[in-house]
Design a protein around this ligand. Structure first.
Ligand code: KIV
Length: 255
């Protein structure tokens, strides 16, 4: 299936079936997640924190994103591979086009960028070049420094209305889905009802959107030093890794 067909599948999910999305940053994880039919593999710029050890996503560069997108794409997943445009790789529409083309050449089926109505022209430019785009509104991790931390969005009627307008503007510009991050549940539900494209939530309450995305290390419990309050781990890999390494050390060095 080509990228446009994968994006169309996402569009067709609206109102019919829910979308499962997880971050993947390397080849084995992409293969494993694809083998259990996860719909979207997001090569998120969260890799800056959970793979590269930066304090936030503002340190992530195009070189990082290309390296990891190519690794995920080598798994040749059936899932849609979604590459994040990192901070300052889409400061203008022409820069966005150049950066998005690089991610597509590295193997992404679609690109994701943060922001609402202000990104409409950029999204239109990408769509004009037949690049599939997913929007991202609500808490925008690339603006964490300006915003003074990770805070819930949509708390006032004015903020809620702005988020709805942002989502509608992104839909009109041609995105195939929109990530909603850390938006109060009732507002996330309203946005989901206000647009004809699928919404994919994180930190918005699990039934408020058309699908859900999680950071893989939150799901696996493999990055215990920062766990967002909304994370719902299904495993405790950190403990498994430490006990395997301890057993190995004892085998090699003695007790
Ligand atoms: O980079 C990422 O992992 C993301 C998710 C938080 C949606 O953008």
């Amino acid at each position: 299936m080509n990228s446009a067909e994968k994006a169309q599948l996402l569009r067709d999910c609206k109102g019919k079936s829910r979308i499962s999305a997880l971050t993947a940053y390397d080849y084995p994880m992409a293969r494993l997640l694809d083998e259990v039919d996860i719909d979207v593999l997001l090569v998120g710029d969260s890799l800056g924190m959970v793979v590269l050890g930066f304090p936030d996503t503002t340190h992530v560069t195009m070189a990082h994103m290309l390296h990891h997108t190519a690794a995920v794409a080598r798994a040749k997943p059936r899932a849609l591979v979604l590459g994040d445009l990192p901070i300052h790789s889409y400061d203008s529409a022409s820069q966005a086009l150049d950066s998005a083309k690089q991610l597509i050449d590295a193997g992404a089926d679609a690109v994701k960028l943060e922001g609402g109505i202000e990104q409409s022209d950029t999204v239109r430019g990408l769509r004009a070049a037949s690049i599939e785009v997913i929007g991202h509104i609500g808490m925008l991790p690339q603006q964490v420094l300006e915003q003074g931390g990770y805070r819930k969005k949509g708390k006032t009627p004015a903020a809620a209305e702005q988020l709805i307008r942002d989502a509608q503007a992104l839909e009109a510009a041609g995105v195939c889905a929109i990530v909603l991050e850390s938006i109060v549940p009732d507002v996330a539900r309203q946005i989901t009802q206000a647009v004809g494209v699928s919404t994919i939530g994180i930190g918005c309450g699990e039934t408020t959107c058309d699908g859900e995305v999680a950071v893989i290390t939150d799901l696996l419990g493999s990055f215990p030093w920062f766990v967002p309050p909304f994370a719902q781990p299904e495993a405790d890999l950190a403990e498994h890794i430490k006990s395997a390494a301890k057993a190995y050390r004892q085998r090699v060095c003695g007790a």
